[in-house]
Design a protein around this ligand. Structure first.
Ligand SMILES: [Zn+2]
Length: 258
């Protein structure tokens, strides 16, 4: 049995002193990780982790990209150069998206600069046939408007927290949704889970985000995925192994070139 944490930030400095512990968890418990980035620096670091500790291993997939929080058109040229030099080692593009929350008192981050960066990231993904991991807080409408103009099928709405009708639209487009540990304490999210297309469902921890209402604020690790799977199988009234296997397959499909 193999598990997947489809969205975690292992290049975040919060993991620096725990990196070997995380690598031990990944290897010993057979939990694959899709490690996402937020800017050029974390993208470089993420690829370096993959190259240093996961040579000939399928367990660490490196996503690179510029998060809306760090959206600046100035970064694009150097990001492009970096991407071109590493195209083959990059497994996906993320975490990318739009989020008006980050434009408040955060010059020069504007929704326009976020749009410029987001569309550039989507173009890179389209051109190089890479999957994308999307941040869509307070921007679901716009993101869902933009996406169909790109030839992208392998798209995941990470930390999904929209409503049921959006969820339906997302699944109708064939896009994935990913839920995190908030499923364990949010009734709303539990309902969303039951409405999701099981073939387009992924799970994530979004570490180093920590969870006060479950896991007691402890350091978020890929091992949380197993508790999450246990919970999901209970809510969906399905066998743990079947659900784990299904979600593992989904993660492989999401990642692989079609
Ligand atoms: Zn994230």
């Amino acid at each position: 049995m193999c598990f997947v944490d489809s969205h975690i930030h292992l290049s975040d400095s919060a993991y620096d002193e725990y990196l070997m512990l995380m690598i031990g968890i990944i290897n010993n418990l057979k939990i694959r990780v899709y490690s996402v980035s937020e800017d050029l620096e974390s993208s470089v670091k993420n690829l370096n982790i993959k190259k240093k500790y996961f040579v000939n291993s399928e367990s660490f997939k490196a996503f690179v990209g510029i998060h809306p929080q760090h959206a600046s058109a100035k970064l694009l040229e150097s990001f492009n150069d970096f991407f071109l030099r590493n195209t083959e080692s990059v497994d996906g593009i993320g975490e990318i998206g739009l989020d008006p929350t980050y434009t408040t008192n955060n010059d020069p981050n504007t929704i326009e600069s976020q749009r410029t960066v987001f569309s550039q990231m989507l173009s890179i993904a389209e051109k190089n046939n890479k999957p994308v991991s999307i941040h869509s807080r307070r921007s679901l409408n716009e993101v869902l408007d933009i996406l169909p103009s790109y030839r992208l099928k392998r798209v995941v709405f990470h930390w999904y927290d929209g409503n049921k009708s959006f969820l339906k639209k997302i699944n109708e487009f064939g896009y994935y949704v990913s839920f995190g540990p908030y499923l364990l304490y949010s009734e709303d999210k539990k309902t969303l889970l039951t409405k999701s297309d099981l073939s387009l469902l992924l799970l994530e921890t979004d570490g180093p985000v920590s969870y006060r209402h479950c896991f007691n604020n402890s350091l978020t690790s890929p091992v949380f995925i197993i508790s999450l799977l246990n919970f999901v199988s209970t809510v969906l009234k399905k066998n743990f192994n079947d659900v784990s296997e299904k979600i593992f397959r989904n993660s492989v499909d999401f990642l692989n070139t079609r």
